[in-house]
Design a protein around this ligand. Structure first.
Ligand SMILES: [Zn+2]
Length: 209
């Protein structure tokens, strides 16, 4: 077998190992027509019970991804036991990358996982905040933070993660973006990156996101 066919098989295996674990994230809410409760993407989402429910559901979907990740991993390892097949090696590498990207936390204080329970709790607490920022306080989760629609007060400076809504940038482009970002917010937490220092550069992305 020539080297180029081996490379193609390796890459194909890797793609399957990368995409397969994320299938629930890509399709679960988006293709089950669960759009009624939340405003359409990319509109800000009001802080309320539907949002908290959606966050808990997204957390469960992220757990589901671990189950679908075992498929390429187990299959790849099983094939590798019998023969050194590049396709199987690719699948194992892709699925392992998925596992590493989830296990290593971006910010240890934020907790593990893409949607840590601590974040969902903070959002839930904002449904009935202790101090209202203004008379007609209405909190919305915008792309970069949770803010009051009336007075623009920032209640929680956390960028919005993927909420499983049908994306406005189309099925293909939207899926590709979810695949690359793993459902994480497109922006890093405000003080952790150089990117946050150049908001002007990213303002175009904000509009799209
Ligand atoms: Zn306000």
């Amino acid at each position: 077998m020539s080297l180029s066919t081996d490379v193609i098989r390796l890459v194909l295996g890797m793609l399957i190992g990368i995409i397969l674990p994320r299938i629930p994230l890509l399709f679960f809410t988006r293709f089950l027509n669960m759009e009624q409760e939340l405003p359409p993407h990319p509109d800000p989402v009001p802080i309320g019970i539907p949002l908290v429910q959606r966050l808990l559901l997204m957390r469960r979907i992220h757990v589901m991804c671990w189950i679908t990740a075992t498929l390429p991993l187990a299959l790849g390892l099983w094939i590798l036991q019998n023969s050194p097949e590049p396709f199987a090696f690719g699948m194992v590498a892709g699925a392992s990358w998925f596992a590493i990207s989830r296990i290593v936390p971006e910010d240890i204080e934020q907790g593990f996982g893409i949607l840590p329970l601590s974040l969902i709790k903070s959002v839930n607490n904002l449904r009935e905040p202790e101090n209202d920022c203004c008379e007609q306080a209405t909190l919305f989760w915008e792309v970069r933070s949770i803010r009051c629609k009336q007075c623009r007060f920032i209640a929680l400076e956390t960028p919005r993660p993927d909420l499983g809504r049908m994306r406005s940038d189309g099925r293909f482009k939207g899926s590709l973006r979810v695949l690359l970002m793993d459902g994480r917010p497109i922006f890093p937490p405000s003080d952790s990156s150089v990117v946050s220092e150049g908001p002007e550069l990213l303002s175009k992305v904000t509009e799209e996101e």
